[in-house]
Design a protein around this ligand. Sequence first.
Ligand code: SAH
Length: 221
Amino acid sequence: MARFDLTGIGMTSQRTRDRLVGRLRERGIVNEDVLHAIASTPRHIFIDEALAHRAYEDTALPIGHGQTISQPFVVALMTQVLLDRPRARVLELGTGSGYQTAILASLCERVFTIERVEPLISRAEARLRAMSIKNVTMRHADGFDGWPRTTAFDGIMVTAAPRTVPETLLEQLAVGGRMVLPVGDGGVQELRVIDRGEEGFSERVVDHVRFVPLLKGVRTH
Ligand code: SAH
């Protein structure tokens, strides 16, 4: 597809991507599968052309509609924390550019992703199609409602911050499942990990992060 440059030329070269991976290693990412996924996923196609030359910097970048593509370190960290062991069915809230979705798709059997802003999800869908990613199901909806009428998820990742942990998402987590999400209403939120065991839920804070808020309702433009 001509719209997306999937090749490895110039700024998108393997060397540039390897440099990013080196930085992620320095910052404590140790899961080789996650590092491999970052090295082999072309982040530049998830960013507007005008900013594509900055695609392999370890920084968040605007993607329109007041939203951002997450910083690669945060993507790697959340993925590493979620995938402490293989998780077949994963739900993501906040598709945004689709970059985190693509990373999860390369590491999990099936990914379900929800985005409230329609133009973002249709662009993300086109990108994943161009990359021939086939194990992702997308939905334009309010993530606060979770994914209705389906079996529980082995993993849930939320890439926008709710003020408190949404009850619906806890209900949709399988026993043995893990959820990773930022929680808080200020500029800086706690990155929390919630595990569901036979006896109930356990929770801990792994880091502090900055995400846009998880908002109620949907937008069609
Ligand atoms: N994971 C994305 C980063 C997305 S930024 C990436 O890699 O590019 C957070 C996204 O969450 C935004 O696109 C925003 O529109 C979306 N969002 C916010 N509230 C939401 C909700 N209630 N349901 C679904 N998506 C939501």
